[in-house]
Design a protein around this ligand. Structure first.
Ligand code: CA2
Length: 155
């Protein structure tokens, strides 16, 4: 089955507030600015860019990515530290998954050092502000292309 030339970028709770508070931690960019960064990094892939404050909606979108996306970039925000449901949804994917955080989780409070998503992801990018998304989308494009080559060879 041909892969859709689409990368899903999913954003968890409170990221709709980006650019309004805590610029020392999260930067001055808004979520709309982050979307523009993702689109610029995606080369010939289309970006589906979404944010939700609701765990179940995020789980639905992760499931949707199984058939609609060639790769997933996800900033689970605080749900990364709490959500087994999101872990289970990510584990059900066979596409590459890049976990992305604006801040360096490991330079912050201990409760942010653990993410349920990381063991199920292809890799983790954190600490570069909005630039984390640029790097994450570039990694997702590379992984999606490599997977496409591998899949093409296997048919
Ligand atoms: O660094 C990240 O990207 C985080 O995923 C952001 C989450 C935080 O809970 C994670 O530990 C790390 C918080 C997102 C909330 O972002 C806001 C930004 C500006 C104003 C209010 C919230």
């Amino acid at each position: 089955m041909p892969q859709p030339a689409v990368i899903y970028v999913l954003n968890g709770p409170n990221l709709n507030l980006l650019g309004t508070r805590e610029p020392d931690i999260y930067g001055h960019e808004t979520l709309a600015d982050v979307q523009t960064i993702c689109e610029a990094a995606a080369d010939d892939f289309a970006i589906v860019f979404r944010q939700s404050n609701h765990e179940g909606e995020l789980v639905d979108w992760i499931q949707e990515a199984r058939t609609e996306a060639a790769a997933l970039v996800i900033n689970p925000a605080a749900y990364g530290h709490t959500s087994v449901a999101m872990l289970d949804a990510v584990k059900a994917l066979s596409i590459p998954v890049v976990e992305c955080h604006l801040s360096n989780l490991f330079a912050r409070e201990a409760f942010r050092h653990h993410s349920f998503i990381t063991p199920a992801a292809s890799g983790l990018i954190a600490g570069f502000g909005a630039g984390s998304y640029d790097l994450a989308v570039r990694a997702a494009v590379k992984l999606a292309r490599e997977r496409r080559v591998a899949t093409d060879r296997s048919v």
